[in-house]
Design a protein around this ligand. Structure first.
Ligand code: FAD
Length: 440
């Protein structure tokens, strides 16, 4: 399985590079315009590359399960972010180099009488800059997630369309009809990706709705939504995976919210549960969702899954990061898996431990040890206090540390600290898996 994922991962990297580089190399084939100085040609080449990378961003966020499976969605979103910065860097460098090597371009008279292609370039460039500024500093600019998401999509479409228009209107490297056809074909492909995500996928989800069959209040400001497939058999998931939930309105809504499945993957009737902590406007309304409400689920996604043969599963959760762990524990119990599992679970206090009672009963059903770590323990607490760190891990895990399989989910600071601690305990990277609850 691991080998298959590695091979699949390698194939997708090659496909990605092909899509980014092939259009650039295609420009070198066929007839050529009169060569110009090196820096002018270099500036044009990076402009083309930046545009090809930006267009492919629509594919990275299209949630193709087959493509994202080898890495997991969070890694893909991280890559989307990093590669955007590279693409924008190339696109910004493109005019800067041209201005540097062709001083006549900087003359004010040139701005006034500039050809249409230059105006397209300006629109593309400024849309991109706005897009990056909003993506990097959304929270500081106090832009809500929903507003940001919509603006992000609009700016991306404007930037790529204006970039293409600039390229075609400049036309320097596109004298041959087949080269023009190639770039137009690419642009159609990018837009098709967008249409797939925004139209085809929601249509598919519309035909496979779910109904809320129960809403359970849990400890720690958290509620569990129990959802039943309505008129279909649902989907299978692997414990640890997540789905995008659309609760109010249709699946055509721009923003869905990602939540891990907290139920057992062995439920025979296709039922799925998500356990959601009050955090903002969307999550605060979960407890009030009426039973019978029609909802839409897009999933399953993610590579944060058990499956590898390990001598011991070590689950490290902080707060609501326990939800994928609960799915793993419930699934292992339903499967009668007797391999040892240890859950190191960080919470604020004793009363706010989500799933506390069920975890106690689970200790009897499977070979499970639960270690609670409380940052605000009650008087007389004899257990671990503070935060999960290397010392806590070493106190509770049997050697050899590198033989176990680790799963980490919780607040960013906790995850950073644990990943660092595991590195210091000589646990190889391939042995630990992380799920971060913040894509953006
Ligand atoms: C893979 C994954 C699994 C998750 N599983 C769970 C879970 O099992 N239980 C749980 O309680 N929470 C989970 N979360 C977090 C949950 O998605 C956010 O807390 C929720 O979307 C916040 O929405 P809000 O409108 O209530 O809060 P807001 O106040 O609007 O947002 C709070 C923060 O959450 C993030 N956020 C908001 N909307 C989204 C969105 N649509 N997509 C991505 N991030 C968003 C933003 O960074 C925002 O700043 C998960 C997140 C991810 C990425």
């Amino acid at each position: 399985m691991q080998l298959l994922h590695t091979v699949r991962g390698a194939v997708w990297i090659i496909v990605y590079l092909l899509f980014v580089l092939a259009p650039l190399f295609a420009l070198l084939a066929g007839s050529h315009p009169t060569p110009r100085d090196f820096w002018t040609e270099f500036a044009v080449a990076i402009g083309y590359s930046g545009l090809a990378m930006m267009g492919l961003q629509f594919g990275l966020t299209a949630r193709f399960r087959y493509v994202t499976a080898p890495w997991g969605e969070d890694v893909i979103y991280h890559f989307h972010r990093q590669i955007s910065l590279t693409a924008v860097g190339l696109v910004v460098a493109h005019p800067l180099i041209l201005f540097a090597v062709q001083p006549e371009l900087r003359a004010p008279s040139n701005f006034i009488g500039a050809p249409l292609s230059a105006y397209f370039a300006v629109v593309s460039l400024f849309s991109l800059i706005a897009l990056v500024v909003m993506a990097l500093w959304r929270a500081r600019l106090k832009i809500s997630y929903e507003t940001w998401h919509l603006t992000h999509i609009v700016l991306a479409i404007v930037a790529v369309t204006a970039g293409l228009a600039h390229m075609v209107a400049s036309g320097f490297y596109l004298p041959d009809p087949w080269k023009r056809a190639l770039w137009i074909g690419l642009a159609v492909f990018w837009m098709a990706l967008l249409l797939y995500v925004r139209i085809v996928k929601p249509l598919f989800m519309l035909r496979r709705p779910y109904r809320v069959s129960d809403v359970r209040r849990e400890r720690g400001d958290t509620s569990t939504l129990v959802m039943q497939p309505d008129g279909h058999s649902g989907f299978r998931f692997t414990p640890g995976q997540f789905g995008w939930l659309t609760l109010w309105g249709s699946p055509f809504r721009i923003t869905g919210h990602p939540f891990s499945f907290s139920s057992s993957a062995e439920a025979a009737d296709g039922r799925v549960e998500m356990t959601i902590r009050k955090l903002g406007d969307f999550t605060s309304a979960i407890a009030e969702v009426p039973v019978g409400r029609r909802v839409y689920l897009d999933g399953p996604y993610g590579a944060f899954t058990i499956g590898n043969p390990a001598d011991m599963h070590v689950l490290i959760a902080g707060g609501v990061g326990v939800t994928p762990m609960m799915s793993m524990i419930r699934t292992l119990a339903d499967r009668g898996d007797k391999r040892p599992v240890i859950l190191l679970y960080g919470s604020k206090d004793w009363e706010s431990i989500t799933f506390r009672e069920e975890l106690e009963t689970m200790e009897a059903r499977l070979n499970l040890t639960v270690v609670h770590v409380l940052s605000d323990p009650p008087a007389g607490w004899k257990g671990e206090r503070g935060f999960i760190n290397a010392k806590v891990l070493e106190r509770h895990l049997p050697p050899i540390f590198a033989d176990h399989e680790y799963f980490i989910c919780g607040p960013g600071v906790m995850m950073d600290a644990i990943e660092k601690a595991l590195g210091e305990m000589n646990v190889p990277l391939s042995k630990y898996h992380s799920e971060r609850y913040s894509f953006v």
